[in-house]
Design a protein around this ligand. Structure first.
Ligand code: 5AD
Length: 361
C-alpha cells in the first residue's frame, strides 16, 4: 500500500517526514516530490543554472579512503600534478567561455610546497581572469580536503571564497567503516566550522547508497546540513570502484541508488530552500540523463570538466566517469543542452553565489 506523503508545501520538515519523502517508490509520488522541489527552487532561487569549470589539479593524495579510486594505495593510478601555468591557462579559458567560477579540486595534501603553490596560483588567477564583465576575476571554489585553520585562512585571503568538503556520511559508525582509523568524523566537522568562521561559503555533501546506509541516516544528513547552516550541497550516488576495499561490497542496485540520489536532491531543496545544489557526475554515471534529471529535482549548479584529457583518466574517483573521452568544448555543449532540456537558463559570466550565503551578509 502507498504511504501518504507529508505536506510538501511546509517549510519545517521533521526527521520522520524526510524519511517518508526518501522512501517513496511509486512514480506519481516521486513526481509529486520532484514538482514540489522544483517549485521551491524556482520561487527561492529562480531558473538559473550556474557553471563552475572543474579543474582536477592533482590526484596525489595522502588519504586512503575505502571507496575512492585515487586513494593512496591504489598503485594502478598514474599520479600527476598540473603546473601553475596550466591551471591559470584553464582558468582564463573558463573566464573566456563565461563560466564565471571555477572549482580547483585535488587529492588531499598538507605539505608546505603544495599549499604555497596553491596560494600563488589563486593569487594569479584572481589577477589574470579579470574581464570587463568579471571585474573581480573568477569566483574560486576549493576542494582540497582537510587543512589547518591557518591554511584555510591563507587560501581565503589569497582570493578563494568557497570551499567544498564533504562529510561523506553523518553516521559516525558508517564514517568509521569507510575510512581508515586516522580519518576522524569530528575533525571533518571542525574543518567545516573553521571554514564558516573564516567567511567561506561552505559546501558539504554525502555519498548516497553506501553499504549499510539507511534512509534514517540520509534524513540525518539533511538535518546536519541545516544545523551547520551550509550554503552549498554536492552529493551523489556511491559508485563502487573495483580497485578499492569497497569495490565488491553489496550496495544495492544502480536504479535504486539513482532514485535515492534524485530524492535526496529534492528533499534537500525542500528543507534548505535557498542553497546551491550541484548536479553531480556520479548521477550521470548511473543514468545518461542523470544530470538533466537532477536539475528537474532541484539542482542549480553544474561543474563542466576542464581537466586536460591525459590527466583526466587518472582522476577517476569511481568508474564510468562521464565525459572521459570528450573535449572540454563538447562537455560544455552537452551540459548547456541538458540545462535547456530541463527548462532552465544557463547563467554565464556570473559567480553565481548561493542566495543562502548572500542573504546572510
Ligand atoms: N562513489 C561516489 N562518490 C565518490 N567519491 C569518492 N569516491 C566515490 C565513489 N566510489 C566522492 C566523495 C568525495 C568526492 C570528491 O568524491 O564524496 O568527497
Amino acid at each position: 500500500m502507498t504511504k501518504p506523503l507529508p505536506d510538501l508545501s511546509q517549510t519545517a520538515f521533521t526527521h520522520q517526514e524526510i524519511v517518508q519523502i526518501l522512501s517513496v517508490t511509486e512514480p506519481d509520488q516521486i513526481e509529486s516530490v520532484r514538482a514540489a522541489a522544483e517549485e521551491v527552487l524556482l520561487k527561492e532561487c529562480g531558473d538559473a543554472v550556474y557553471m563552475r569549470g572543474l579543474i582536477e589539479a592533482s590526484n596525489v593524495c595522502r588519504c586512503d579512503c575505502h571507496y575512492c579510486g585515487i586513494r593512496k594505495s591504489n598503485a594502478s593510478v598514474q599520479r600527476y600534478t598540473l603546473g601553475a601555468e596550466d591551471i591559470v591557462a584553464l582558468a582564463q579559458h573558463a573566464a573566456d567561455v563565461g563560466y564565471g567560477s571555477i572549482v580547483i579540486q585535488t587529492g588531499e595534501r598538507q605539505n608546505k610546497s603544495f599549499i604555497d603553490d596553491l596560494e600563488k596560483t589563486i593569487l594569479r588567477i584572481k589577477q589574470e581572469t579579470r574581464r570587463d564583465f568579471l571585474p573581480q576575476g573568477l569566483g574560486i571554489t576549493l576542494c582540497v580536503g582537510e587543512q589547518t585553520e591557518e591554511t584555510y585562512r591563507r587560501l581565503f585571503e589569497a582570493g578563494a571564497h568557497r570551499y567544498l568538503l564533504r562529510i561523506e556520511t553523518t553516521n559516525p559508525s558508517l564514517f568509521a567503516r569507510i575510512h581508515p582509523t586516522d580519518q576522524i568524523f569530528e575533525t571533518r566537522v571542525s574543518c567545516l566550522l573553521a571554514l564558516k568562521s573564516i567567511g567561506y561559503q561552505v559546501g558539504t555533501g554525502v555519498m548516497i547508497g553506501l553499504p549499510g546506509q539507511t534512509t534514517d541516516d540520509l534524513a540525518n544528513d539533511i538535518l546536519f546540513f541545516q544545523k551547520l547552516d551550509i550554503d552549498m550541497i554536492g552529493m551523489g550516488p556511491f559508485v563502487p570502484h573495483p580497485d578499492t576495499p569497497l569495490g565488491n561490497v553489496p550496495c544495492g542496485h544502480g536504479a535504486e541508488r539513482l532514485r535515492l540520489g534524485l530524492l535526496m536532491i529534492a528533499a534537500t531543496r525542500l528543507v534548505l530552500r535557498d542553497v546551491n545544489i550541484a548536479a553531480t557526475t556520479a548521477l550521470q554515471t548511473l543514468d545518461p540523463k542523470g544530470r538533466e534529471k537532477a536539475f528537474r529535482f532541484g539542482a542549480n549548479v553544474v561543474m563542466p570538466l576542464m581537466t586536460p584529457e591525459g590527466p583526466r583518466e587518472n582522476y577517476q574517483l569511481y568508474p564510468g566517469k562521464p565525459f572521459l573521452n570528450e573535449s572540454a568544448e563538447s562537455c560544455r555543449i552537452e551540459l548547456a543542452a541538458s540545462i535547456t532540456a530541463a527548462g532552465r537558463k544557463l547563467s554565464l559570466n556570473a559567480w553565481g553565489d548561493p542566495l543562502h550565503a548572500t542573504r546572510k551578509s
